[in-house]
Design a binder for this molecule. Sequence first.
Ligand code: ING
Length: 348
Amino acid sequence: MPRTVKVAAAQIGSVHRTSTRASTMERMIKLLDSAAAKGAQLVVFPECAFTTFFPRYLFHDKEEMESYFEDDAGGNSIAESKNVKPLFDRARELQVDIWVGYGERTPEGRHFNTAVYYSGRTGEVISKYRKTHVPGFVDPPFPNAEVHLEKRYFETGDLGFQAFRVPGLVPGTLKADTTESDTEGKGDPIFGSLICNDRRWPESWRPYGLQGAELVLVGFNTNGKADDIYKPRRPISLEDARKEALFHHRLAMQYNSYANSCFSISAGRCGMDDGKFDLIGGSSIVDSDGHIIAEAATVDDEVVFAEIDLEECRKGKKDIFNFGVNRQPQSYGIITEQKGVVEPKLLA
Ligand code: ING
């Protein structure tokens, strides 16, 4: 039984500190309309999609820092939040689902790097995810560093890795009232959410694999010059740095899709922000064998589209990555019990 879904990544090019929210929103709605015109049922936007990648700045003005966050009181409230409502309204009009990342400010004043899955059909937020692996620093590691001060602005995500089912995408799915005994892979599609740095950690993907995820959605902002984040290790040209960053982005998406036998979609904020902060493109759709089936050709606003058949996940989940038969959790304790490296004793 085919489980085909038409999906798209909405890659967003340069957004500057001086870019108005209205201009960025206009671009996002244009991307949504363009993807919907191709038949997309789901459109994935980047991490922190509504503004420039603000965690790179050291703000001295709290009001300016707060201006990059969206008020979100939970439930469906983000869809009504003043700065971002137009995107959710358009998704509702088009009956297209969206996944979008943003800086979340809770009513208690807590701040997270967050993404939601919003059903255009039902007008509901089906799932919220808060970034678990928050990279970068609280304070710049060296003077004038162009860095990720994400640890300064975001708390560590506290929602874990909760897979979720999405209604209305695939016809003929089994529901809770079924009398069928074997329901694996026959219910509504199972999705998972990750944000940027999360994608580099296999520990982020495996929980979704263990919940039967068929598609993992990822928004990202990744420096072309990663050395701007960590003290430059060696002089490297921007061109070579970009190639290396793109290699690691592809590696993370391809390997983890393969190792969990799931599709993945990555949507990047990219281009040269403020004429100086370089972000890589590479928005992609990857299949459950780890092959890139569609990838952005530019570092600008671009829709990356594909029709995928989630049924293809079954093969990997039933043979090489049949977790129930082949995993050995009794040997994996160190992965959750230990945070950092503890080396073996020195030799005599
Ligand atoms: N960005 C980067 C990412 O993980 C980074 C941070 C870049 C870490 C390059 C290491 C090397 O893609 C975000 N926003 O996590």
